[in-house]
Design a protein around this ligand. Sequence first.
Ligand code: FCB
Length: 495
Amino acid sequence: MDRRKFFGVTAGGIAATLLTKTNLHGIALPFDQDVKFQPDYLPFAPGVPPAPYQFPKDFRWGSATAAYQVEGAWKADGKGESVWDRFAHTVGKIKGAATGDVACDSYYRYKEDIALAKSLNLTSYRFSISWPRIQANGTGPANPKGLDHYKRVLEELHKANIHPLVTMYHWELPQALEDKGGWPNRDTAGYFADYANILVKSLGDQVNTWCIFNEPNIFTWLGYGTGIHAPGRTDWNDFMKSTHVVNLAQGQAFRAIKAATPKAEASSAVTMADCIPRSSSEADRAATDRYEAYRDFWFFDPALKGEYPKPLATDELLQSMGVRPGDMEVIRVPLDFIGINYYDRCVCFAADANGPAKVDTQQGEQGPKTENGWEVWPDGYYNLLTKVNARYKPKAIDITENGCAYNDVPDEKGEVPDERRIAFFRGYIGAVARAHKEGVPIRSYNAWSLMDNYEWAEGYSQRFGFVFVDFRTLKRTVKQSGKWYAQLAATGKLS
Ligand code: FCB
């Protein structure tokens, strides 16, 4: 199942019959769904190439990775087992039976990776900390070896003059906590707050920007709803409960960060979509509003507005999620920025499925597709950025992820000519430029990803990096797109 399709359960195949290529914005498009992508056909939908744009000098250009996807060393230095270790070691869960046991070996090669980022002129480096490296079983005293590792990583970044953007949780729940009930268990919020407290107390002098959760809307749903990600459970109620516990954890962690380091900034990174109704029917529009409430706002509204977004949040749903008096006060915190991961837009329609959401989704079908089948449609990104800005009026927005899978490999000269990735980034950064020009306070762009890595249930089958990784030798080779991005990072000039 496409992991982006997360309230939906039916196959996207019906898309072709139900969605014409002209009906969304009433615009005729040069692409036919079946036509293979031509590199000289740039996907600047709907037909507007990005205008040249000069980003300000202090705009940060960076990349993003996550511990499980790059570190390997899954048992080194006292690290405990995470739900992803367990899941990836379970037969039948991951394409090609791939695991993150070695991944890119970045636990040992972090100096090389930071040197690569430096060579690409990056000024921001988003990475995550593996919880079971710090607390093998998710509770109790910290493992000094785990902390020392991240101290060294941070030291290296500071030496290179690169701003660390540190994610506390990119999906590595210690398996011992899953055994106690995982995220649907309210106690997990307290355990997480303790972990956050350890991190700020030990690393707080080296970190100014914390990203508390990565994609809380995804790991709860795919982990407890559809089961296609760790820990692989499939229960609608557990999924919705887990979202509330994560919101509680976010509030508590934010307070822990501010108590120890008042000057530090903290928020989370939510993967948002440009949500559009499949038809103009009342039913599809209402379904879109319910979907969007979950997909885009479920983890920012409670923090910033003190309530779950309607129309999805009915009294009945909140009750089934276990919301108690006083919870919303714990959850409500003034997050310092909005972290946005963006990959796709979602075409929504009413469906008699999926509990209270009663909505299904499909991909947009107007743009060309990346190699893993995600639609390329930069205008959706612009729409989303302006919508989020209007809703929260944030002080700052960090683009915490955005990227594409194309599986280009080195040619006979050893170069990786990945023009499609360059085209993708020109289009998407063009959308960021448009929003920025109109006053949306975007201050950094962290591309997914610095290098090819372990793509969760897809194993090593999807390459998202600026740097090619040969997974047999672990050799890194900067792709043409990496060189292109290095230029942009050096000059801030998109052309
Ligand atoms: C995001 C994840 C990230 C990576 C990209 C492709 O959903 O946060 O770890 O897998 O997708």
